[in-house]
Design a protein around this ligand. Structure first.
Ligand code: ATP
Ligand code: MG
Length: 454
């Protein structure tokens, strides 16, 4: 390996991680030591005192130790650098590419909201949708897509949560959105939360996925970096769109909404930093519930938004049509009962075909709302509720009409627990307040079924 190549590599690595280039004496020390010279030779050649060179060298080894995650000394510096570079080249990466990439990256600090200049070459675009589902035959959502595009592309929102009950179409909507807007981003990364258990693992994965292979990606180096600040650098330098699907997996069961499981507590910092720090990227969270930080950020910060996804409405007719159901005039009723939820409607369509030869009219003639295979889905939602939410929802399910917020029976819950439970259930998309409190029909039926079982 050529000394100049090593020098450039080390300079770039230190710049990437510390934001500073090597100074002239540090370069001279690296060059000299690489060629087997001692500090005396270097000091004479560069007209510095030997003590000064020794001190500067000691600082340099310390700096290199930090960024390489190895104990770098005068005698092992050359072999360590050669090993590091060798391991990258073995991965099929050429030093020249790394340096070119970084130089272009460094020039990209304008913070504009278009794709960064260095990725104008298509070959350098990096859209990792390997964990995303395939695009489907997609109905409607025209307004939602327009709103999301406005928030992301025009208003440069940094954190967006799409929330809604299971099956409502969060993943499908986000997938369509990504298809429509991905070319506005240097990097697109779709992650299904379940696969990244801890924040550290998630951050390392994001960094690795967002950046082309480069010196600072070595795991030994990453472990010595503050991955969060490293990640923020990426978000500033490149325009990234990161989608975290199934975000509810980070939140705890049995408590009011928005409390993280102990092992995911620090996800809250990730959201805070995405929202509060200046950068040109966007984090899209898809989940059943609205994370607490988003509520606060949304209240004070125009860069955060929540889209509560409701049902498909009339366009669900198209979905029912593909299922060859009968009695078209009754479809609107069916859509209303199952809240336009495409997954639920598909499940019920299967039941109607199984039990009633596709006749929606016969199915609806039964007075009790049939849940069938929707029940296990609702069970998963119900199990997440806190005790006070369960008490409230059980009471609401016995009410024939929407309930005014002031109608609470005195012994149900304390006022404070009552209001907290209402807010929490609203964030879980269980309860609507328009202006009276209304439970979705299917949820109401599920809770009624539960009390019959007991
Ligand atoms: N706009 C749409 N047009 C057609 N089909 C849709 C639409 N939205 C959702 N679907 C279908 O409904 C089903 C559920 O959608 P999706 O997986 O997006 O729900 P989800 O809200 O992400 O659910 P979960 O919270 O369980 O992940 C999928 O089979 C999907 O293909
Ligand atoms: Mg989903």
């Amino acid at each position: 390996m050529e000394m100049q190549e090593a020098l450039q590599w080390a300079d770039r690595l230190i710049f990437d991680t510390k934001g500073k280039h090597l100074d002239s004496l540090q370069r001279a020390i690296l060059e000299g030591v690489w060629e087997g010279k001692d500090y005396k030779d270097i000091s004479e050649e560069h007209h510095r005192s030997k003590d000064h060179v020794r001190k500067s060298a000691s600082e340099l080894w310390k700096l290199l130790s930090e960024v390489l995650g190895e104990d770098v000394k005068k005698k092992n510096m050359r072999s360590l650098i050669e090993n590091e570079v060798f391991s990258y080249n073995n991965d099929g990466v050429h030093i020249g590419n790394q340096i070119n990439f970084c130089s272009e990256l460094d020039n990209n600090t304008e913070g504009n909201k278009k794709r960064s200049p260095f990725t104008n070459k298509e070959s350098q675009l990096h859209h990792d949708l390997s964990q995303a589902p395939e695009t489907i035959r997609f109905y409607d959502r025209i307004d939602e897509l327009a709103t999301l595009k406005q928030w992301i592309l025009t208003e440069n929102s940094r954190v967006i949560a799409i929330t809604g009950l299971s099956g409502i179409g969060k993943t499908a909507l986000a997938r369509q959105l990504v298809e429509d807007i991905k070319d506005n981003f240097d990097r697109v990364l779709w992650l299904t939360h379940r696969k990244f258990p801890t924040l550290n693992a998630l951050q390392s994965h994001i960094i690795k996925s967002l950046s082309p292979p480069r010196p600072s990606q070595n795991s030994s180096i990453i472990s010595h970096l503050n991955s969060r600040s490293f990640l923020l650098d990426y978000l500033r330098n490149q325009r990234c769109l990161i989608i975290l699907d199934d975000f509810q997996e980070t939140l705890n069961l049995g408590e009011l909404v928005g409390n993280y499981c102990p092992e995911y507590q620090n996800y809250s910092q990730l959201i805070e930093e995405f929202g509060r720090f200046s950068h040109q990227s966007c984090l899209l969270l898809l989940g059943w519930e609205q994370p607490l930080e988003i509520t606060t950020l949304e209240a004070e910060n125009i860069y955060c938004k929540t889209l509560k996804l409701s049902g498909l409405g009339e366009s669900a007719n198209q979905l029912l049509q593909t299922r060859n159901l009968k009695d078209r005039q009754q479809w609107s009723k069916l859509i209303e009962l199952y809240n336009g939820n495409p997954l639920w409607l598909n499940i019920i369509a299967t039941a109607i075909l199984d039990l009633f030869d596709g006749s929606v009219q016969k199915f609806l003639s039964y007075p009790t709302l049939y849940l069938g295979d929707i029940e296990p889905i609702l069970k998963q939602h119900y199990q997440r509720l806190s005790k006070s939410e369960k008490i409230l929802i059980q009471w609401l399910s016995t009410q024939d009409k929407p309930v005014d917020i002031g109608q609470k029976p005195p012994n149900l819950l304390s006022d404070s627990d009552y209001f907290k439970a209402i807010q929490s259930l609203k964030k879980r998309n269980f309860l609507e307040q328009s202006p009276a409190l209304t439970l979705q029909v299917a949820i109401k039926q599920y809770v009624k079924n539960l009390s019959l079982e007991q």
